[in-house]
Write a protein that binds this ligand. Structure first.
Ligand SMILES: [Zn+2]
Length: 272
């Protein structure tokens, strides 16, 4: 879920304020909810976030100052990698409730491994000094990266779109455990926390689904663990910096849902 609004100017956040749209999303009968649910996207707010205090801008890390010169786009190869995946994906928008993808993560894993290799091969691109990974959920079972991207772009006015660096699919619209890169390609912070100062320079990973209502599919957890393991190895992120939105923002949110088991994720990361 997204907790704050960040207006970007030359790559720097200049305004952060609570989003009226988010408060509206908490009201079950609001037209905003109906419109967003029709779009297959809904923020993962708990009702308690309605009374959240004003969020704050995270101060740039003194230990890891942002580079002076950064290109707006990471690498054209990322787009090519995403395009290469497209033929393997089920036809989008053919039906609002397509048949569930029954492939196992063992079948999906080579696609993820190829994606990770492409992501990290862009060594010449400016890379932030990422310090952690925060797991979210979409709170919508049939969301897609494109839908989330469009929703965040339109409703939150962020020209970079999705406020997540990666999404992990749940098998309902796209294969279970399949990772898709989003904001990662821009190497920009995401406005994904009420208290970003508690997890500075953190990557936002969104699980597609509502894990307040159902358990996380095992294949999806394997995909998330693969992504975390790859990021941890590439970016030297320790296991204790792999956490959840709930662990960062406490009582302000239940994201990524009561059924998400962080200990299980840590176990899977260490298992192979
Ligand atoms: Zn969240």
């Amino acid at each position: 879920m997204i907790g704050t609004r960040r207006i970007m100017d030359k790559g720097r956040p200049v305004v952060t304020r609570p989003r009226a749209e988010f408060r509206a999303l908490d009201a079950p009968l609001s037209s905003t909810v109906r419109a967003s649910e029709r779009a297959g996207v809904r923020a993962c707010e708990s009702p308690r976030t309605r009374h959240a205090p004003l969020p704050q801008i995270a101060a740039p890390s003194a230990a890891f100052p942002r580079p002076m010169h950064r290109r707006p786009f990471l690498h054209a190869a990322l787009g090519a990698a995403a395009s290469a995946l497209a033929p393997a994906l089920p036809a989008a928008a053919a039906s609002p409730r397509p048949a569930r993808d029954r492939r196992t993560y063992a079948e999906i894993r080579p696609m993820n491994d190829a994606l990770f290799a492409d992501l990290f091969a862009a060594a010449e691109a400016p890379r932030r000094r990422w310090q952690g990974i925060v797991v979210h959920h979409s709170a919508a079972e049939y969301a897609t990266l494109e839908g989330i991207d469009r929703y965040h772009r339109n409703h939150f006015g962020d020209p970079l779109g999705a406020e997540y660096h990666f999404v992990v699919n749940n098998g309902k619209k796209r294969p279970p455990g399949l990772v898709e890169p989003a904001r990662w390609r821009y190497q920009e912070l995401a406005a994904h926390l009420f208290h970003p100062e508690r997890a500075p320079e953190s990557l936002a990973v969104c699980l597609i689904g509502n894990f307040e209502e159902r358990h996380v599919p095992s294949d999806m957890m394997d995909g998330l663990a693969s992504l975390c393991r790859a990021l941890m190895a590439e970016l030297s992120i320790p296991l204790d910096r792999v956490t959840t939105h709930r662990a960062v923002d406490g009582r302000l949110t239940q994201c990524p849902g009561k059924h998400f088991d962080l200990a299980d994720l840590h176990h899977r990361i260490q298992a192979t």
